[in-house]
Design a protein around this ligand. Structure first.
Ligand code: IMO
Ligand code: MG
Length: 420
């Protein structure tokens, strides 16, 4: 019996999951996405190529890999078809390498419009959604109105589509949002039919039978601080981005889960609205944004930047049961004289190391300062070459969080990865 190991983002997304899944995928013959949809943008750099994976698992460029789009995912056939065209251009046959769960829910064109209508109506309270229709699609799933990939093959598909569309149009009208709901319908219908060229699977049987024999890697999208239950609600995405999402999204029991890799950046970023205790509004934040190229892979939006938050990290490590930490982008801090990490919060004047229920309360971070290493980490390929200051910094973090940092990434390429 093999296990399903998991890679999860421990912050607000964009931790570098794409790169690490691509690196780890060399060891796993299958990679599965279990939640989220094209709101994800997982950047892969290899052999001089750059590819942004949206719904396709990041194992796609590994030879002989099987890539599963699980039941917990929401799939937009149009974006997925564009993505597959990009993969084909790079010499990969997507039909051979991708399997899609029949139970994955479909993002309809009117889900996207509804997303835009809801955000426009929310004004200042808007979530800062990626406008890919994620929230409305999961809403329909939970309210038992959704359309699933397996439904495309049923005779009443067009009728059910029309019913859902009519319901969405009414909601859009109620929000006084101007749009043409039929603009992309023909293209969408065609792309939905095209999905049937893939092997459509009973995900729970496929995954369980696979891990009876061979290991599998589950690839999270977004991050635990965007989790529908444990994130900074309501400024979250609409799926279970934490470890529990693996079980519900793929149909596997917790006893089948092996390692849980938790990925974090050596600083924090966030796109969209919502609380961010360590956010920097000064030139330090701007310096991190420029050096780290912190602009959205999907939307191009500048990401909000700030110091590493160990209160939040300890919290997500606990929620996810992380066994192995992976630290990304510490090389982006190479030129800082002083590096800060937040070790506690003052919530309404009271110090705590717990992530609070009311994340919109007045939160003042309490920082510990480290002397910068002032050395280029990007060329380093072994732990023995680490500067003394960097070693002190990672030793502190491991002790504080209580989980070893097993992998340190010092650049976007596969090779810029140090294992300990
Ligand atoms: P990856 O997988 C960062 C954010 C959005 C918004 C909130 C809700 O690349 O790390 P949604 O469109 O999901 O309804 O938006 O969640 N968000 C992400 N932020 N990385 C992502 O994915 C994200 N996916 C959604 O910016 O604040
Ligand atoms: Mg991203």
């Amino acid at each position: 019996m093999a296990k399903i190991d998991v890679v999860l983002g421990l912050q607000w997304g964009d931790e570098g999951k794409g790169k690490m899944v691509d690196v780890l995928a060399g060891r796993y013959p299958a990679v599965a996405r279990f939640q989220g949809g094209p709101n994800a943008g997982h950047s892969l750099y290899f052999e001089g190529q750059h590819f942004v994976a949206r719904s396709i698992p990041s194992g796609i460029f590994r030879e002989g890999s099987t890539n599963i789009i699980g039941s917990g995912v929401v799939l937009d056939p149009v974006t997925f078809r564009e993505e597959c065209a990009g993969v084909e251009k790079l010499g990969i046959n997507p039909y051979e390498k991708i399997r899609i769960s029949k139970k994955a829910h479909l993002i309809l064109p009117t889900h996207k419009l509804l997303d835009a209508a809801q955000e426009a109506a929310a004004g200042k309270g808007k979530i800062g959604s990626t406008l890919k229709g994620i929230g409305p699609t999961y809403t329909d799933k939970i309210s038992r109105h959704g359309l699933r990939v397996g439904d495309i093959l049923t005779p009443d598909f067009a009728e059910r589509f029309a019913k859902a569309k009519a319901r969405h149009i009414q909601e859009i009208k109620n929000l006084n949002f101007e749009c043409n709901p039929e603009e992309h319908e023909a293209e969408w219908m065609e792309a939905a039919q095209w999905l049937t060229k893939f092997e459509l699977i009973d995900c729970e049987y496929y995954v369980n039978e696979w891990i009876d024999e061979k290991p599998m890697l589950a690839e999270g999208a977004q991050g635990t601080l965007l989790d529908i239950d444990y994130g900074s609600y309501p400024f979250v995405t609409s799926s279970s981005t934490s470890v529990g999402g693996v079980c519900t999204g793929l149909g596997v029991a917790p006893t089948r889960v092996g390692k849980v890799y938790g990925i974090f950046k050596a600083y924090c970023t966030r796109v969209g609205s919502g609380p961010f205790p360590t956010e920097l509004f000064d030139e330090t934040g701007e310096k991190i944004r420029q050096i780290g190229h912190e602009f959205g892979a999907v939307t191009g939006r500048p990401r909000r930047c700030g110091w590493l938050d160990l209160v939040a990290l300890k919290y997500t490590v606990m929620v996810d049961g992380v066994t192995d930490l992976i630290m990304m982008k510490s090389d982006c801090l190479d030129t800082f004289e002083t590096i800060k990490v937040c070790v506690a919060y003052k919530v309404n004047g009271v110090e705590t190391d717990h992530f609070p229920f009311d994340t919109q309360a007045e939160i003042e971070p309490v920082y510990k300062e480290f002397k910068g290493w002032n050395t280029a980490l990007s060329g380093i390929r072994s732990e023995a070459e680490f500067p003394k200051e960097f070693k002190e910094y990672i030793d502190f973090m491991e002790q504080h969080v209580g989980v070893p940092i097993k992998i340190i990434s010092v650049g976007p390429d596969r090779e810029a990865t140090i294992e300990r």
